[in-house]
Design a protein around this ligand. Structure first.
Ligand SMILES: Cc1ncc(COP(=O)(O)O)c(C=O)c1O
Length: 443
């Protein structure tokens, strides 16, 4: 542990110096909670393909890939060209434009459940608008959400679990806007049967934290049935999974349609952007009508950067490239090889209670579990809280720093997103970095 941290300090003096400056500007010196790590985070100077280079010139194989947005890798030439061309033609017309329609057509082609959509500036905005749409459509107030599932940081979806009953800064009146339940179909049905104020159910359709706490496809089918029976709006938050799990997201893979879908990340090709889309009768609440409708029903929605031409140019290029499914398939196949390689290293070292697991092109680590299990053999009995956290925080931090020392950057030190730019050689090098990190930990 100590030697890993000492090496980290030695290898990254430029990042250490920048962090000292950043501490005078940002709380904790960071601009995103997930990037905070002690003793300091890495400062990146440039990126290309599967790699980024820190300010000290160290190359990192990147598994953060723009927090999951960069399915084609960093600085993909077609994306760079499309954005540069659009940049020269203007970044904001304050007007409708052709490219937003091409973008929407691609989304609707890949997500048949989307009959109408509205672009937003982020995934957070998309889920905020989805909740408002569901409430306006049903005339009901409360939204069911699943414990641990993340939908952005806004007030309405910040209360996460019973333990989180009173998140600081969120008005107490808003806490009743959501009901938080575990991913347990019987409990959800009981609440739906007892109450008539439930407008919607929202979830991450591969499970909390992009699949760190996996849920079964049958659960999605059961939710669809419950939503139909109790006439509540089913919202799939496909901000991470959309265009990644398959081009048509989890909805394509599971053959389940959502009433509303929220999208971001891959959608906007690595630039800021999001969208909410779905059934025309629900989306209609964004449309103008006669004076009475506008007064009583219409949802007001503006947003300076909605469908801005730069994000549209990047989004169109991204979706044109991923539509045939080859990028998703490549990233998924490599992810499976990476997981197999990392688990083999755990088995060699007989690290019981450790596992690497994945869904599509997203992988997760569980380290130092309280539950006894053979290396790499994640059992169903691991508690949800442990899956969500990744296990022992002290070990996870050591893995994170150790992997950085060996030229690999993981998402929050315990997850990763593969891209079309990653190669077999990157996987081999990552497994070697993992093996070296484990050796140092054991020492
Ligand atoms: C499932 C999910 N929904 C919504 C969001 C929020 O998206 P954004 O960060 O673009 O606001 C995220 C972000 O990670 C997410 O993972």
């Amino acid at each position: 542990m100590t030697s890993i941290e000492t090496d980290y300090q030695k290898q990254h003096p430029g990042s250490a110096a920048r962090y000292a400056r950043a501490l005078t500007m940002f709380p904790n010196g960071v601009t995103h909670d997930g990037r905070f790590v002690e003793p300091f985070p890495l400062y990146v100077a440039r990126s290309n393909g599967a790699y980024k280079w820190d300010v000290d010139g160290n190359r990192l194989i990147d598994y953060v890939t723009g927090h999951g947005a960069l399915l084609l890798g960093h600085a993909h030439p077609a994306l760079v060209a499309a954005v540069a061309e659009q940049m020269a033609r203007g970044t904001h017309y304050g007007a409708e434009h052709e490219l937003e329609m091409r973008w929407a057509e691609l989304v609707m082609q890949l997500f048949p459940s989307i009959e109408r959509l509205r672009f937003t500036a982020s995934g957070t905005e998309a889920t905020m608008l989805a909740l408002r749409l569901a409430r306006a459509y049903t005339g009901r107030t409360t939204v069911l959400r699943l414990s641990g599932h993340y939908h952005g940081w806004h007030d309405l979806l910040t209360r996460d679990a019973a333990a989180d009953a009173n998140p600081p800064g969120v008005p107490a009146g808003l806490l009743h806007a959501t009901e938080v339940l575990p991913a347990d179909i019987e409990q959800i049905e009981r609440v739906l049967a007892q109450r008539n104020d439930i407008a919607a159910i929202i979830l991450e359709p591969t499970g909390a934290s992009y699949g760190a706490v996996p849920i079964a496809t049958e659960f999605l089918h059961a939710l669809r049935q419950l939503a139909d029976t109790y006439q509540v709006v089913l919202i799939f938050d496909e901000v991470v999974t959309g265009f990644r799990v398959l081009p048509g997201g989890v909805q394509q893979r599971a053959s389940v349609h959502a009433d509303l879908t929220t999208l971001a990340k891959v959608l906007a090709g690595g630039l800021p952007g999001g969208a909410v889309g779905g059934r025309v009768d629900i989306m209609q609440y964004l449309a103008f009508g006669d004076a009475a409708w506008n007064r009583e029903h219409k949802i007001r929605h503006n947003g300076t950067f909605n469908a801005n031409p730069l994000s549209a140019a990047a989004g169109v290029t991204m979706l044109e490239h991923v539509a045939d499914g080859a990028s998703c398939a490549h990233a998924t196949a490599l992810c499976e090889r990476l997981v197999a390689g990392m688990n083999a290293e755990l088995r060699t070292r007989e690290l019981a209670g450790w596992a690497v697991y994945s869904d599509a092109s997203i992988f997760h680590l569980l380290v130092g579990s309280q539950v006894e299990f053979a290396p790499g053999e994640l059992p169903a009995s691991v508690p949800v809280a442990e899956l969500k956290s990744g296990g022992d925080a002290r070990l996870l931090r050591a893995v994170r720093l150790g992997m950085n020392n060996h030229g690999v950057d993981l998402m929050r030190g315990r997850s990763g997103f593969l891209s079309a730019a990653h190669t077999e050689a990157d996987v081999v090098a990552t497994v070697a970095a993992f093996a070296a990190t484990l050796d140092e930990l054991e020492a």
